[in-house]
Write a protein that binds this ligand. Sequence first.
Ligand code: SF4
Length: 309
Amino acid sequence: MDKRARYRDFSGFLAELFPFKVQKISLNAGFTCPNRDGTKGYGGCTYCNNQTFNPDYCRTEKSITRQLEEGKVFFAKKYPEMKYLAYFQAYTNTYAGVGELKRMYEEALGVEDVVGLVIGTRPDCMPDALLDYLAELNKRTFLLVEYGIESTDDETLRRINRGHTFACTEDAVRRTAARGIRTGGHVIVGLPGEAEREKVIRQAGILSRLPLTTLKLHQLQLIKGTRMGQEYAGHPENFHLYTADEYIDLVIDYIEHLRPGLVLERFISQSPKELLIAPDWGMKNYEFTARLRKRMEERDAWQGKFFQK
Ligand code: SF4
């Protein structure tokens, strides 16, 4: 790791793969979620209000092609030469039969200037038959499968009603990576019971030992209309909501304990203001990364500084 780069970022990773600028376009392909419909559980994860996933250009009633075309218009105003990754983001994007999924993914890839797919899903929704198809797809196009890991601790996973264990995550990540597919993970920092620094840092070590290509961190946000929002209203003392400065220092500690080659895609989420209970930092992603880099320089921190194999 070149210490001056401080950490391996997603845009640098894409620049290694593509000779042009690439932007993700979020899609809502009309999937549901097995943790809501009773297949894996009812009620969903306690922090989830799926409205927070969807930008205005992506509405379920619109076809995948239309969502991509509208997304392209939105981004092409600024960068006419831009190419795109179709990001199957909302709900669980592998929750259908292989034939149906194939139709949707291929539709996205048929749109002009779409150069790959990012598929967000749960680790308990990745059957081998689908992975076999994705392995074949991976030979033809850029593919990243992104798993909602959220926590490496089974007690926390139970508490947030995830409906799967960390062993399930490990299994899905290993099966995916073993087929040569780039595999991503998403975790939430500061879930109830996980606020202490030592616990957060331990997670960085555990995730570093998985064959992940990319990782996204998000601060815990409490969202209106969620079970966790109600829990917070009843017992705010059970939650530790970080200030932005506190979170920046915690993220730096985390990064210092991560495997050097792991690509770090983002560190915060930005839920729409009208849905957010707390914390309200009013900070955009690029503002956060600018502050993070500045603080990393002040601390002379870099990814992997304290990583132990
Ligand atoms: S976070 Fe994902 S898995 Fe959990 S309820 Fe929401 S859509 Fe389903």
